[in-house]
Design a protein around this ligand. Structure first.
Ligand code: DX5
Ligand code: ZN
Length: 223
């Protein structure tokens, strides 16, 4: 089994004490931090932008992953790089030519990723697979936390893994939405390596560390 990366979604943290929660997540054993950037246009809600990542950057050494659910990612990439993001993901639905934008993200020294909503096909991924480091397959509709995992997306996770194995085996598959200890085994078996997880981690009755460990155990149980 490949190395599993656990990326708590800070959308589910307590916004009144984001710095403290960031430190707690790191202490609890998380690998990355996932930031859901919503602009009120691509999705209904508005969350936070580069200023928040910039503020939290000083609180943690963890990899900061920015998931841009915005209508015009091109005009924001630079700001996220400056804020200290380590990777930037753009939605496939809003870019007609992703290759150029992905290269721009890499040119800024960051990992680049492309996000596919549940209904968005992977068509064309093979021709740009060498330009990216992460493929994020959404396992719920983007926009809110706490939704139910969509098992219908599992074949797409497998398809993405197969495709990347041919063109860019180093690239990693990330999944986002409804990830918990029940859904993790099938996601990992399908090829997911980076697990974004919000509600399950932040609402776990035994706390963050136990929740993160239970995801690692669930990921290991697929072997
Ligand atoms: C959904 C976001 C997710 C979300 C995950 O639009 O991209 O990152 O916060 O939350 P859970 O794990 O609760 O589905
Ligand atoms: Zn996300």
């Amino acid at each position: 089994m490949n190395q599993i990366t656990i990326a708590p979604s800070m959308l589910c943290a307590d916004f009144a004490r984001l710095g403290e929660q960031t430190r707690q997540v790191e202490e609890a054993g998380a690998d990355w931090l996932h930031f859901d950037i919503m602009d009120g246009w691509f999705v209904e809600h508005i969350t936070f932008g580069p200023l928040v990542i910039d503020a939290l950057r000083g609180q943690t050494d963890l990899h900061c992953n920015a998931h841009l659910m915005v209508g015009n990612p091109a005009s924001h990439i630079q700001s996220f790089a400056r804020a200290g993001a380590d990777s930037v993901l753009i939605q496939r639905e809003v870019v007609s030519q992703p290759a150029q934008l992905l290269s721009r993200i890499r040119d800024l020294g960051l990992m680049a990723g492309l996000v596919f909503n549940p209904a968005t096909p992977l068509a064309g991924l093979e021709s740009i697979a060498d330009k990216l480091d992460i493929v994020l397959i959404m396992t719920v509709e983007p926009g809110t936390a706490g939704q139910k995992f969509m098992p219908a997306v599992l074949p797409k996770v497998r398809q993405a893994r197969q495709l990347l194995d041919e063109v860019n085996p180093e690239a990693r598959i990330m999944v986002d939405g409804g990830v918990d200890d029940q859904t993790t085994p099938e996601l990992v078996a399908a090829g997911a390596e980076i697990l974004v997880c919000g509600s399950y981690l932040f609402q776990h009755p035994d706390g963050l560390a136990a929740a993160i460990q239970s995801l690692r155990d669930a990921a290991g149980s697929t072997e």
